[in-house]
Design a protein around this ligand. Sequence first.
Ligand code: THG
Length: 290
Amino acid sequence: MILIAESINIMSRSIGPALRNRDPKPIQDLAKSQVEAGADYLDLNIGPARKAGDELMAWVVNTVQEVTDAPLSLDTTNPVAMEAGLKVCKGKALINSISPARFEEELPLVKKYNAEMIGLLWGLEGMPRDAAERGVIVAELMYAANEMGISNEEIWIDPIASPVSVEINQVKACVEFMSMLNDIAPGAKSTVGLSNISNGTPDHLRPWLNRTYMVMLMRHGLHSAIVDIFDSELVAIAHGERPQIVDLVDRVMDGERPDLSSLSEEEVKYVKTVRVLTGESLYSDSWLEV
Ligand code: THG
């Protein structure tokens, strides 16, 4: 699986100020340590960047390229800033993220800069309510992109993960959607912002949700994920180094109810977390203890 490291983003308490002050050191250090931790791509997320977004995106791309050749995923809703980043990006860029509301400005950039794109399933009326609505948006997205000469293989579809503490039906819908994607858009790739799922959850518990959800989506062929690359267990799972955990999660998803007393403490946590993410158990901050 391809891992896109999430930590260079304007919302971060440490990196936000470095981006705003054009302070290269913290950003370059983080870029290097994310690559060392196993990042295949670095996401550079400058948010809406309404003021001087073009200058900021070009600066951060250049700043990161001074210390690593890792491929970059550029994330901003400002198309002018996006283009400024694409102009200076040396490798094949991944444009994160394109949605129907901004097709007209953004799709031409994919072609013009020979980039790939993450297609975000955010419809003109907002967040899709279920897997079927996601299917409709994918069909629209593929049609518009194909018309522009962008092939399915250059499109990474993101169903948009929601926090488990907010909307369990959306958590389930993304898994269901992932199982349909290959039929709707053959050849298209997929990705998901895994940390979204654990937003609002106590920090030390977030990895259980992120890892378990990744395994649940991997079962349906998840191609890549935007992740906290410093979670080394998550990276090990993504690299196929925890087959027994993957097998356990798969069995629980198939309805098996393993005898918890026969499992390790770690395995019990995965089992309990699958039950929360499938909606079988109710989420609370103490789900691992009950
Ligand atoms: N899909 C796509 N792109 C995305 C998302 C997605 N980009 C943004 C986001 N979702 C994925 N990236 C992050 C980055 C950080 C966090 C979550 C998702 C995060 N940060 C910590 C927090 O907010 O508590 C700590 C930040 C800090 O202060 O360092 O959780 O879904 N295509």
